[in-house]
Write a protein that binds this ligand. Structure first.
Ligand SMILES: NC(=O)c1ccc[n+]([C@@H]2O[C@H](COP(=O)([O-])OP(=O)(O)OC[C@H]3O[C@@H](n4cnc5c(N)ncnc54)[C@H](OP(=O)(O)O)[C@@H]3O)[C@@H](O)[C@H]2O)c1
Length: 338
């Protein structure tokens, strides 16, 4: 796999310039079972060498541990990296995956200080509202985020899992650089209204879980049988029971296309996400997550994989056939509020 640097793009109108593929850092500390910390650190370095500059974390990942994990890397490379973190999901040590949402001004101000401290930086390049608390008006939540920009604590604003109308309301309070939502061959609900709204406003899309949390690479089928006790995916309806078996059958066209290009399933899945930029007329910077160097090379290689019209036609029906929701509780998503 080549060592060529990936291309760069502007992340939304007026946003920072970033490598066209970012790195999701969540799994280095949380959600998908134990990792090798040395290998994860080496993965951060390898990504940068390959032109990946958008590094994605959140305060809730490992209850602050993921932000702390990134701190030494940031100290060494602060000016080369576009650092994205998030606030709004509040979890407790006893139930790390049980979350409440806080968007109120007081919480935003408290959360940013805690993130800056854990990350060991003076400014966050892209600060996302991780989830929307519908009881808090956008004027208050995005207004509080805008204050952080004025104060120099944050450079650009983002939103995660918002509806099209929420995006428009937020953008009217302060320019939004990027929306981060789930987007993959298995998860296309945002294409109906969020993506067109973002395209119209000049807001970039940052697809999370572009590999379907690893399922699209073919590396597991039945999460409850194959993954560890503390793995978040064991609770996701798509990856268990009859759904998992039915969804694994949907990988066949991906496998065929991968074979025809001498590529991996994951590369085809990522190339499809990159192709959304041309298909929908907006900037798209997916953030596949990995804690392994060799996979960074594989994943960035997908930016150079051109899918044919025939490939795209074969991939088109997959999302419509997926069995099971992407979360056990869909009220936590923008689709749950559309
Ligand atoms: N805004 C939100 O609500 C939200 C929600 C979820 C995630 N995120 C962000 O999005 C990022 C990416 O999403 P994600 O990590 O959930 O899912 P993902 O990127 O779709 O998949 C990550 C999983 O795939 C594996 N993987 C990565 N590359 C692979 C390859 N080439 N071959 C085989 N397996 C591979 C990883 O394991 P290894 O580490 O073993 O490679 C990991 O288990 C996260 O890190 C996080 O920053 C945001």
């Amino acid at each position: 796999m080549g060592s060529e640097k990936i291309d760069t793009v502007e992340l939304g109108t007026g946003g920072p310039r970033v490598g066209v593929q970012g790195l999701g850092c969540m799994g280095m500390s949380w959600a998908y079972g134990p990792t090798d910390a040395d290998e994860a650190r080496a993965t951060l370095e390898r990504a940068l060498e390959l032109g990946v500059t958008l590094y994605d974390t959140a305060d809730v990942y490992g209850l602050g541990e993921n932000e702390k994990f990134l701190a030494p890397f940031l100290r060494a490379h602060r000016d080369e990296v576009v650092l994205a973190t998030k606030f709004a999901l509040v979890a407790g040590p006893d139930e790390p995956f049980a979350r409440t949402i806080r968007n109120d001004r007081g919480y935003v101000r408290q959360a940013v200080e805690a993130s800056l401290r854990r990350l060991g930086v003076d400014v966050i390049d892209l600060y996302y509202m991780h989830r929307r608390d519908v009881r808090v008006p956008m004027e208050e939540s995005v207004g509080a985020m805008a204050e952080l920009v004025t104060e120099g604590k944050v450079r650009h604003l983002g939103l995660s899992e918002v509806t099209a109308s929420e995006l428009r309301a937020a953008h009217a309070v302060h320019p939004i650089a990027a929306v981060q939502s789930e987007w993959s061959l298995f998860s296309r609900d945002i294409e109906e209204s969020v993506v067109p709204a973002a395209a119209g406003l000049g807001v970039a899309l940052v697809p999370y879980s572009p590999l379907g949390r690893g399922f699209l690479t073919g590396s597991f089928v039945h999460a409850d049988q194959e993954l560890g006790e503390d793995d978040f995916r064991r609770g996701q309806p798509r990856f268990t029971g009859d759904n998992a078996a039915a969804n694994a059958a949907l990988l066949e066209p991906i496998r065929k296309i991968a074979d025809s290009h001498g590529a991996t399933l994951g590369q085809v899945a990522l190339a499809w996400v990159h192709h959304r930029a041309a298909a929908h007329g907006l900037t798209v910077v997916p953030i596949p997550g990995t804690s392994k160097r060799r996979r960074i090379e594989e994943n960035t290689g997908a930016t150079r994989l051109a899918l044919s019209e025939r490939d795209l036609a074969l991939l088109e029906p997959i999302a419509g056939r997926v069995a099971g929701d992407r979360y056990a509780d869909m009220t936590f998503t923008s689709a749950g509020r559309e």
